[in-house]
Design a binder for this molecule. Structure first.
Ligand code: FPP
Length: 218
């Protein structure tokens, strides 16, 4: 969900206001995804590297996550959205951790759209953790496979994405779903995340339908 800061700067607003508008765009986009019959949507909200941002910006994102859990995600749950978080949970406040777990439990029966929110997530850190857990459990080298490693990722049930959309004109992966994106299609949208919504999602999906996917085969 990239471009909140630039969106805010271009309007003379604070970066926190950019993130707040980003939270509105998230709600709008999830509702559009439901209408477009998307079954699974993963968003990158906060990376393992984002802790290096100024403390008041980090705080504004943590506050927004809490507000989103309390206000937006329950409304989306009524529309059939199941929400799960992935990434580290040991560096965020305990109260927030508990709210995340409660929302996950409450929305577990929902099946219309599976929303995955990456928070304190990094693709490299995830792979290091998976390797560490294989070693800790004494898995023999000959038993290490794509399946055994994938089972130890931060969210083993997260499906590999068919399509990765990067907003704000940047053309890089920035440590998002490194393992899971091996065969994903990429669409780079110029739009800053706070301006993203149904039209942009529909355009990205139309672009995706024009791609031919071969997964390495002929
Ligand atoms: C990247 O844009 C965005 C973030 C680091 C935060 C994303 C957060 C939200 C959309 C808030 C709401 C959602 C939840 C679930 C907390 P940037 O700030 O790097 O933009 P820039 O590159 O233009 O500065």
């Amino acid at each position: 969900m990239d471009g909140n800061g630039r969106w805010a700067a271009s309007r003379g607003l604070s970066v926190a206001e950019g993130h707040r508008e980003g939270a509105r765009a998230l709600r709008r986009t999830v509702e559009a995804a439901i209408d477009l019959d998307v079954r699974s949507l993963a968003v990158y909200a906060f990376s393992t590297e984002n802790w290096a941002r100024p403390p008041d910006e980090v705080e504004s994102i943590l506050d927004l996550l809490e507000e989103t859990i309390e206000r937006e995600l329950p409304d989306l749950a009524h529309q059939g959205v199941r929400t799960r978080f992935f990434g580290r949970r040991d560096r965020i406040p305990q109260a927030l951790r508990e709210k995340m777990a409660t929302l996950e439990a409450e929305t577990a029966p929902n099946d219309r759209l599976h929303l995955w929110i990456a928070f304190d997530y990094g693709g490299r850190a995830e792979l290091v953790e998976a390797a560490r857990s294989l070693v800790e459990d004494g898995i023999r080298p000959e038993d290490v496979s794509e399946e055994t490693l994938a089972a130890r990722l931060s969210a083993p049930k997260l499906p590999d994405p068919d399509l990765v959309i990067r907003t704000s004109g940047e053309q890089r992966l920035s440590n998002f779903l490194l393992w899971q994106s091996a065969y994903a299609e990429f669409v780079f949208a110029e739009t800053y995340w706070p301006d993203f919504g149904e039209d942009e999602l529909r355009a990205a999906l139309e672009e995706y339908t024009r791609r031919g996917r071969r997964f390495g085969a002929r």
